[in-house]
Design a protein around this ligand. Structure first.
Ligand SMILES: Nc1ncnc2c1ncn2[C@@H]1O[C@H](COP(=O)(O)O)[C@@H](OP(=O)(O)O)[C@H]1O
Ligand SMILES: [Mg+2]
Length: 358
């Protein structure tokens, strides 16, 4: 990966002069005018919109001859009204400062920014090439000064073939229990913090320091753990996103004794791929529909690191059905030696709901 705008957006201030507006700066200085709550009550910030526009700009420029299909989280609805104008102008200013810092001559207008954000409205599907973007995954973590990630995947004819996870607050070494908590952001920009995970289908999974263009990517593999007694499991920080009581019950049933590692965003897939933990579980409320941008990049990275990612019934995730995943209960990811045991434990403590009577 060269010095792409995606990497520039995620460059910490310690290693680059603060002319640009990397997300750490935006994260630390986030004001109440720079975030709004969406209709579903989840937050969105200038960083979410800015990252979506700049990735769309970059993808479009990389292949101007083809029509870009991008399935992405954000749309311009909140920014298009007069009330959204100050936020749109702030986003435009941030983007233009990132572009200038990257040595790009281009400067965007607010209207161009709206157009770029709305390039993310593709429906995806089983044929053709679709980019899948979560510009800031874990926005609650971003707002709460915890973990978050910039997640880009590529689907080709229904299969995720490429994935990149930029994790600006994630330590490059071992991750202790408190690394997902409030201490994480205090360390961002420090030596040894900030990871880029990537995978190309059939070519393995790799990790590299996020801001060091010269560092060679290192091949990563999932932990070789078959004994649940030595396994560490990960879950969301937010119990409203994934039931902590269900994961605890599955872990108990399996014989996992270590406490959970709670982290925001797809950094969990990165940590699983790097062998820092051996299980990821997610049990959202039954009415919730998981979106493909929350899993596509992490999915291919875990698979290329030798892991399995399925729904709670053991069926491999299917990214060919549009913007949503169709899941049985939730998501389970683990090395093969643990995965079957996990599915069996989930079937015992969180069985599928009985089919509705005809
Ligand atoms: N009620 C809910 N149940 C499950 N997931 C939810 C949810 N509300 C939001 N999410 C998703 O959970 C993601 C964060 O996952 P995690 O809890 O693992 O950090 C959010 O991504 P965004 O932050 O990109 O919106 C959002 O897509
Ligand atoms: Mg997300």
């Amino acid at each position: 990966m060269g010095r792409t705008p995606l990497r520039v957006w995620a460059t910490p201030t310690l290693h680059a002069p603060p002319r640009a507006a990397p997300p750490q700066v935006v994260q630390r200085q986030l004001s109440s005018e720079e975030r709004v709550d969406k209709k579903d009550d989840s937050p969105v910030t200038v960083a979410d919109y800015g990252a979506q526009a700049i990735v769309a700009w970059s993808l479009q420029r990389s292949d101007p001859s083809s029509r870009l299909s991008m399935v992405a989280e954000e749309d311009s609805a909140e920014l298009s009204s007069p009330a959204g104008r100050p936020m749109l102008e702030r986003i435009t200013q941030l983007i233009n400062s990132v572009l200038a810092d990257a040595g790009e001559a281009a400067q965007l207008s607010p209207e161009e920014v709206l157009g770029l954000i709305d390039l993310g409205g593709s429906q995806g599907g089983p044929t053709g090439r679709h980019w899948v973007l979560d510009p800031i995954d874990g926005t609650r973590g971003f707002v709460g000064m915890r973990q978050y990630s910039v997640c880009l995947g590529m689907i080709q004819d229904g299969e995720v073939v490429l994935g990149v996870l930029g994790c600006p607050n994630l330590p490059q070494g071992s991750v202790a229990d408190d690394d997902g908590g409030d201490g994480a952001a205090a360390r961002c920009g420090q030596e040894g913090v900030g990871c880029l995970f990537s995978a190309h289908r059939g070519a393995g999974a790799f990790a590299t320091p996020l801001w060091d263009d010269a560092a060679a990517p290192v091949r990563i593999v999932v932990a070789d753990v078959a004994d649940p007694g030595g396994a560490r499991f990960m879950e969301s920080v937010e119990s409203r996103h994934s039931s902590h009581s269900t994961t605890a019950a599955v872990a108990r049933e399996l014989g996992v004794t270590l406490p959970p590692l709670r982290m925001d965003s797809q950094v969990k897939y990165g940590l699983l791929s790097r062998g820092c933990a051996s299980i990821f579980m997610r049990f959202p409320p039954p009415s919730y529909r998981e979106k493909i941008w929350d899993h596509a990049a992490g999915f291919v990275i875990v698979e290329e690191a030798g892991g399995r990612v399925t729904d709670a019934g053991g069926v491999r995730l299917d990214f060919s059905r549009g913007r949503y995943l169709q899941l049985d209960r939730g998501i389970i990811a683990a090395p093969p030696a643990l995965h079957d045991q996990l599915v069996a434990a989930a079937a015992k403590v969180a069985p599928p709901a009985p089919a509705a009577a005809p």
